[in-house]
Design a binder for this molecule. Structure first.
Ligand code: SAH
Length: 262
């Protein structure tokens, strides 16, 4: 008898939002609950794996800034292999999969291998942290533009268009910027922003462990150091940061904070 090849599986590239489980979309929640296999990063919403089927295959490919546990090309092929086994695969990422998430690279490989996929957007860290820190990213009196940049340093320098990022009346959000904060502030000042330009850091935004520090380009690096702020943390630069004095509404309860997703 002729062997019938297994039906091709499906890969869902899913954003799990900024941290709080109930900030995940309804669609993401449903797909996680239905998946045969879940391939997840280090940074996913807390408790999300608890929504998975008890027989689901759970694979961690945890990534921290400089420590890649699974090389990207291997990971891309892992998704292909799981899908070819006929599985419904959820590739789970923090925030939104298309914002500093390498989601594009992963589905390019799926395209090459003819694997069907869907992309499920998530609340990106910039939106989640801004909301929970009481810092609107745009405001008619402050910023008409908002830019998302990566502050991840390669060999100690950040290769960004500093001229553009130092323009007034905009908010700039740096993902992965804690390690490079001194260089980021130095460059923004060198390209024309005053040393007194407001800046904030939000650690573990939207969770019970959220911490927010505000200052300016001159003071924020030392504040971050002294407070021992660590990843995941987001830097927000712009005069909108001043609005937090009035608009901060979220009071996290660190005694409820849990450290691990599972
Ligand atoms: N795709 C993700 C970003 C991945 S890059 C998204 O759309 O949000 C990882 C970086 O995101 C971290 O280094 C940090 O800068 C930021 N980040 C993610 N979750 C965060 C959180 N809860 N609080 C603060 N920063 C966060």
């Amino acid at each position: 008898m002729k062997q019938i090849p297994p039906a091709p599986g499906m890969v869902y590239l899913v954003g799990s939002g900024p941290g709080a489980l109930d900030l995940m979309t309804v669609r993401a929640t449903r797909l996680v609950g239905e998946a045969d296999a879940i391939v997840h990063d280090h940074l996913v919403a807390e408790g999300v794996l608890g929504l998975a089927r008890s027989d689901a295959q759970i694979i961690s490919v945890g990534k921290k800034a400089s420590k890649h546990t699974v090389p990207q090309d291997e990971l891309n092929l892992l998704l292909v292999r799981l899908a070819r086994e006929g599985k419904s695969v959820v590739r789970l990422k923090g925030g939104d999969p298309f914002i500093f998430g390498r989601g594009g690279e992963e589905i390019e490989t799926l395209c090459e291998f003819g694997i069907p996929f869907e992309v499920v957007p998530g609340v990106t860290a910039a939106a989640g942290c801004a909301a929970y820190a009481g810092i609107p990213l745009t405001h008619r009196d402050h910023a008409q533009t908002v830019s998302f940049a990566t502050g991840h340093l390669k060999d100690g320098s950040v290769n960004l268009d500093w001229q553009a990022l130092a323009r007034p009346r905009q908010t700039v959000v740096f993902y992965m910027g804690v390690g490079g904060i001194a260089e980021i502030c130095r460059q923004l000042i060198a390209h024309g922003l005053p040393a007194t330009h407001p800046a904030a850091v939000v650690q573990s935004g939207s969770t019970e462990r959220q911490r927010v520090l505000t200052g300016d380009l001159a003071t924020l690096p030392a504040k971050i150091n002294e407070a021992g702020i660590t990843s995941p943390a987001l830097i927000i630069v712009g005069t909108v940061v001043r609005l937090r004095d009035k608009l901060a509404w979220y009071a996290p309860d660190p005694s409820k904070g849990r450290r691990k997703a599972r």
